[in-house]
Design a protein around this ligand. Structure first.
Ligand SMILES: C[S@@+](CC[C@H](N)C(=O)[O-])C[C@H]1O[C@@H](n2cnc3c(N)ncnc32)[C@H](O)[C@@H]1O
Length: 260
């Protein structure tokens, strides 16, 4: 915001108080200097208050709202990110944080659910990224693992990791077809990027072997809340665990679903 320089404020006051009126009012020169100082002080105070007010008004008020309220009033904003964007982000390391400690909770729960509900499962990991879940599952008692992802860069990194027993393919969720049956299909932090997530979940559920399950993980923000609500209509929730990473306050819900 524009702040008038001291000299300009001072000159304006001089123009407003011509010598004659100073004489008429009997104001001494020293008093004029005093009032100039007062006026200058007030002008600066007004300018800095206005600046502070502007900063307050620009502050994103929605940050104060609880997640459920945001889900009601804010539009979803992640659907349809191009695979070029995903490739650039994977190449730049923007998603490397998925391998950090704060994400450990959700991978642990997903692995736990796979082993508890479907020992020796054939696992399909939809939107597998660089294969972090595959690494977690590589020593576990599963029959097979297939990870698919839109991003060639992510799949390349996954393949370079040489994870034992894991296969990867570049594929778009919206076009993926298979005749292979799976016991567990995982949607790990991927549903926010699909326009009608419940539609794709239903489509993939047709690839489940009898008694098969879907495992869904979403972090706690407006899109996640909205999507859980939509999934409840078509799927029975067998279980759900809420994970809180205490130092960062990040939360995830991981649920086991089966078609109704
Ligand atoms: C937040 S990352 C999660 C990666 C992985 N599931 C994990 O948690 O480690 C989301 C992933 O979904 C993938 N994705 C987004 N839209 C997709 C689509 N239409 N088909 C396949 N994968 C998609 C992205 O390329 C990205 O790797």
């Amino acid at each position: 915001m524009y702040s008038p320089p001291v000299s300009m404020v001072s000159a304006t006051i001089d123009r407003c108080l011509p010598v004659t009126s100073i004489r008429t009012l009997g104001i001494r020169v020293a008093d004029v200097d005093f009032w100039k100082e007062v006026a200058l002080f007030n002008a600066n105070a007004i300018v800095s208050t206005a600046r502070r007010l502007k900063r307050i008004l620009e502050w994103p008020i929605h940050k104060l709202l609880p997640v459920a309220v945001k889900a009601m009033i804010m539009p979803p904003n992640n659907a349809s990110i191009s695979n070029k964007t995903w490739n650039d982000e994977y190449d730049s390391g923007a998603w490397d944080f998925l391998s950090t400690t704060k994400e450990v909770g959700r991978y642990s729960v997903i692995v736990g659910y796979c082993l508890h509900f479907k020992p020796a499962a054939r696992v399909l990991d939809v939107g597998c990224g660089t294969g972090i879940l595959a690494r977690w599952l590589s020593g576990a008692a599963i029959s097979s693992y297939l990870g698919i992802d839109l991003s060639e860069a992510a799949i390349e990194k996954a393949r370079q990791s040489n994870i034992q027993g894991a296969a990867f393919a570049v594929a778009d969720v919206t076009a993926f077809k298979t005749s292979q049956p799976f016991d567990v299909i995982v949607f790990n932090e991927v549903l926010y990027y699909l326009r009608n997530p419940e539609e794709y979940l239903s489509r993939f559920a047709r690839c489940l072997a009898p008694g098969g399950i879907l495992v869904v993980s979403m972090w706690h923000h407006a899109d996640g809340v909205r999507t859980w609500k939509r999934l409840r209509a078509g799927f029975e929730e067998l279980d759900r665990i809420r994970i809180v990473h205490v130092p960062s306050g990040l939360r995830w819900d991981v649920a086991v679903l089966r078609p109704r």
